[in-house]
Every structure is written in structure tokens, then in C-alpha cells.
Design a protein around this ligand. Sequence first.
Ligand code: NAD
Length: 295
Amino acid sequence: MSSIAFIGLGNMGGPMAANLLKAGHSLTVFDLSQSAMQALAEQGAQCASTAEAAIDGAEVILSMLPAGKHVAGLYLGEAGLIAKAQKGTLILDCSTIDAETAREVGAAAEAAGLDMLDAPVSGGVKAAQAGTLAFMCGGSEAGFARAEKILAGMGKKIFHAGDHGAGQIAKMCNNMLLAVHMVGTAEALQLGLNNGLDASVLSEIMKNSSGDNWSLQNYNPVPGVMPATPASNDYQPGFMAQLMLKDLGLAMENSLKTQSAVPMGALARSLYASFAGKDGNAQRDFSAIIEMMQS
Ligand code: NAD
């Protein structure tokens, strides 16, 4: 069992940290939110007053932060955790961020004699709670071998995509596809509703036909079709629309650099930009995009 510093206890980080405690690791946690730390303290974690204090004596540092600027701010520079960590520390950044920042932070860690992996996740809050996340890792073989044992406490499928940044590229491709099939699922269901069909019946038909996909199986955007989805809980996240917009922005920036054609991803980004720009939608679940199809 390892001594782990866990930084970022939001919708995803909170349940991930809880599962590491259940797996028997000892955890010191830090978040800007006191209430997020308090929830973990009640489950047996130690709380630290700064990120630097949290890594004192840690063999593993794990972070789950919103975006690249937060990750760069946490790890880089004289005051960053890479400069403060003890030799041999394993760093796992599970945030979804741009591949350039992941490569930069990974290289800085390597230069300081630390193993670091970008290890973004797929599966959402339900999978974070159930300990069934998928991890997509970028970094060295040796780092990956060490990381697997820790990640197994929070997930069921752990992939090694390649060197630093490769995990983020895999995650970027996956989330662009997620946005596209969520939008497609929402418009197909709304079309059925507009024709008088019952959304539950139509969902069941499509789940057993060629329109089947992850959004339909796990994350139906129509309220009442599935009991535990954000749609059935007033679109409370879940996965905030602003985070999906961030991820689609990463895909668009990368597509310009790599001259990749991403017409469906570009349209999905445009829809999410328009949706998240309206009052309060940025913090609502990304499946609420179905409201754009309702007149
Ligand atoms: P969130 O906003 O709920 O949580 C982020 C947490 O980080 C907050 O508690 C915040 O206080 C904390 N934080 C921010 N800056 C900090 C700092 N400098 N030091 C310490 N704590 C800090 O976000 P989330 O939904 O948990 O997502 C986290 C990451 O996981 C994002 O990159 C997101 O894209 C990705 N992700 C989210 C989901 C999902 O379904 N929510 C699924 C897969 C991946």
C-alpha cells in the first residue's frame, strides 16, 4: 500500500480518492474547497493546508484538476511540486488537459528524476464512484508498470497509449466522439418525441438497433428514461457543459496543428459554445444539450 497525496477533490477526484482509501492506501488530500476536503477527512484521509504540505512523505502524487493551466501551476516552476517532490516519487495527473502541457510537465518531471504519467479517465462520476474508470496513460513503460497498481484501485481498464501526452491525445479523441454521439442521441430522441413516441420505448428500440451507443446505454439525455442520470436529476453534473466545451476546444486546437478534418467535432464545439454561453448552462450537465433541440 502506498502513501498518496491527492490534489483536486471535485466531482471526479472526490470519489476517486475515496476508492483509494477503500483500497487501503493512506491519503493526504488538498483542495481549494474546505468542504471537499472535509468529505474525505470523514472517510479517513489527512487534510493538508497546501499542496506542498500534502506531498510531504508521499510516494505517489495524484492530481485531478480542471485544465492545463491548473496542472502547470501546480507542478512547474520553483514553487511547483516537481521541484519539491522527493526523488523516486510517481506523479499521476488524471486531469483532462492539452497534450502540450502534459508533455511539458512530463519532461520536467523526468528531468528531476521522477516518473510521471498523464492518465486521464473516461467513465464519468458514476464510474468514479464505482471504481470502474478507464485510464489512458502516457509516459514510460517503467512509470506505467508502477502506475497500474495504484490506478487499479480506481478503475477497471488501464491502457498505455504511448509516451508523455499520448494519454491526453487518446482522451481528446474519445471526448470528441462522446460529444458527437451525445448530440446525435439528443436530436434523434427529440425527433421521436416530436412525433409522439415515448422516449423510453424509442431508447430501448435504438439500444437494440444500429443506433446503439454509450450515451444511449448509460447517459440518456431525456429526463425520466434512466433513474440515475443527470437528466433525471435536473441536469446536475455529472460532467459540466463547460468541461465538454474545454475538451472540444482542445480537439479543435489540435486539429489545426495536425491539419486534421474534424467537421462533426467542430459542429459539436459550436453547439456546446452556444449552449454553455447561456445563463447557468456552463455548470449544468453536458446532456442538457438536448434543450437546444426543443422549440
Ligand atoms: P470539478 O470542477 O468538479 O473539480 C475540480 C476540483 O479541483 C475542484 O474541487 C477545485 O476546487 C479543485 N482545484 C482547482 N484548482 C486547484 C488547485 N490549484 N489546487 C487544489 N485544488 C484545485 O471537476 P471534475 O468534474 O472533477 O473534473 C476534473 C477533471 O476531470 C477535468 O479535467 C475534467 O475534464 C475531467 N473529467 C471529468 C469527468 C466528469 O464526468 N466530471 C469525466 C472525465 C474526466
